[in-house]
Design a protein around this ligand. Structure first.
Ligand SMILES: Cc1cc2nc3c(=O)[nH]c(=O)nc-3n(C[C@H](O)[C@H](O)[C@H](O)COP(=O)(O)OP(=O)(O)OC[C@H]3O[C@@H](n4cnc5c(N)ncnc54)[C@H](O)[C@@H]3O)c2cc1C
Length: 447
């Protein structure tokens, strides 16, 4: 009835966290299988056109995320598929990292093959076989029939904590008071944009843009991000609960990726609501792109060239783990003994019901620590979590969910999973100091 397969480590979900988790486990010598429901890797970066990656640095410009995430950027740069870390011209953060999504799909596969990881695509993980406090196997729905995948240690990088949920680990969703989550956004690419005209307009009308936009330096900077056009957006008066225009330039010279759709009040883990969100999202893409062509300088000859394969989902389930990172931990730049990753990205909450984005910046050296305990669920002993669904509050998730942080927690989860599998122990019992040493040897920045 089931095709049986075996591994040391199974990683569920081939997004930024899962790619780095599987890379880490494979490079540690674990027999590793990575499961992905789509036919390609990259998660929200490729499925939903989330772009650019932000950020590897603090507001002061210190790099705090490196390791395999940095290696991926360098591989992309070598293929001319990323300019590396560049200045954020809307000033929300110090650097952003544009990349070509198609190149990322292939670079990820190339690196995983080199690390000896087996990738099984087109496979949806829909069941966990649990005995006591251990997952014995996961089951996959595939076109070739059901697969049972047995392993010593499992890593959940599904973004939605699917595996933790199916295994019966406690999970949380949304904000504490009402369970509401951040909105979903259908992202899209437009080509044929005259970016010089956009830049010129920004220089001449600085008051119409985000207050941190480095307008005095714009003439000498490559335009990478634009936030504002408040007047144009207000005048358009579209039925979209958002307060401004936001787009990023690239990956091509005359191209932008637009982040403006806002679908609120629907649950990204409920398929009926997700189906509704897809339709609403696509309708908003038409409204927004028509507004941009008609009203924004530089867009008269632009056209939509690609819309996300699916709507981008910012927030759903997260584990209720051994420690939940809080807003206070983030904004005070708190240090932890069991740090496994750091991030300098501020809290950035797209309002679950209103028009705004709420931001909060990080004190101290501009970065906060993510402790190992955030990767460990309660109740299930041989499971680790990486990426968007690690254990945090709703507010702290609004920074740990960013792609570079997900890559970093993914690397940590995969490394720990391989260590636990090799030692025949649980991820809860591994030597965290040793884990930190291995992470540092592999480029992670923990101080
Ligand atoms: C609209 C939007 C804008 C954003 N803007 C930015 C930005 O500008 N910069 C930035 O750095 N980050 C941004 N983010 C955040 C970032 O994209 C995500 O939080 C990040 O991709 C999460 O990585 P992940 O690997 O944890 O999960 P995901 O990227 O969601 O990857 C999860 C993977 O698991 C697979 N999967 C899920 N469930 C199953 C299952 N049951 N079986 C098999 N496979 C499964 C999925 O197909 C996917 O490939 C944005 C997110 C959204 C939605």
């Amino acid at each position: 009835m089931y095709k049986i397969m075996e591994a040391d480590v199974v990683v569920a979900g081939g997004g930024p966290a899962g790619i780095n988790a599987a890379l880490a486990a494979g490079r540690q010598g674990a027999k590793t299988v990575l499961v992905e429901r789509y036919g390609f890797l990259g998660g929200m970066s490729t499925i939903a056109l989330v772009y650019p990656w932000m950020t590897f640095h603090t507001m002061q410009g210190k790099q705090v995320i490196a390791g395999y995430a940095q290696e991926i950027v360098e591989r992309l740069m070598a293929k001319n598929a990323s300019p590396g870390h560049v200045r954020d011209t809307c000033g929300f953060v110090q650097t952003i990292t544009p990349y070509h999504p198609e190149a990322y799909k292939l670079v990820a596969l190339e690196m995983l093959r080199e690390a000896g990881v087996k990738v099984i695509a087109h496979s949806f993980l829909d069941e966990a076989v649990v005995e006591g406090d251990r997952i014995q196997a996961v089951r996959l729905a595939t076109k070739s029939g059901r697969i049972e995948l047995r392993a010593k240690t499992f890593v959940d990088t599904t973004g939605d904590a699917d595996l933790a949920y199916f295994a019966g680990a406690p999970i949380l969703k949304g904000r504490e008071e009402d369970g509401k989550t951040q909105p979903m956004t259908m992202k899209f690419r437009m080509k044929g944009v005259d970016l010089q005209a956009v830049k010129q307009y920004m220089i001449e009308h600085p008051e119409e843009f985000y207050r941190k936009t480095p307008v005095e330096e714009l003439a000498d900077l490559r335009l990478t991000a634009v936030q504002g056009f408040y007047k144009h957006w207000k005048e358009a008066n579209l039925p979209i609960n958002r307060d401004q225009v936001l787009f990023f330039t690239g990956p091509d010279e005359d191209e932008v990726v637009v982040n403006m759709v806002r679908v609120q009040g629907l649950d990204g883990t409920d398929v009926e609501e997700l189906t509704e969100a897809e339709e609403l999202g696509r309708k908003q893409v038409v409204m927004i792109s028509e507004f941009m062509k008609k009203s924004l300088p530089g867009f008269a000859h632009a056209s939509v060239t690609q819309v996300g394969t699916q709507i981008g989902v910012r927030e759903t389930r997260r584990i209720d783990g051994q420690y939940a990172l809080s807003m206070d931990d983030v904004v005070t730049g708190r240090r932890f003994e069991d740090v496994i990753a750091r991030s300098g990205y501020p809290i950035d909450i797209h309002d679950p019901s209103g028009k705004n984005v709420t931001a909060a910046w990080i004190d101290g050296d501009g970065a906060y620590d993510i402790p190992y305990r955030c990767l460990l669920p309660k109740k299930i002993d041989n499971l680790l979590v990486g990426g968007r669904c690690i254990s945090t509050s709703h507010e702290a998730l609004a920074t740990t969910r960013l792609t570079p942080s997900c890559m970093a927690t993914g690397q940590a989860a995969g490394t720990a999973a391989a260590m636990a599998a090799a030692a025949g122990t649980s991820p809860q019992s591994i030597d965290v100091k040793r884990l930190q040493e291995v992470l540092k040897q592999n480029g992670a920045i923990l101080a």
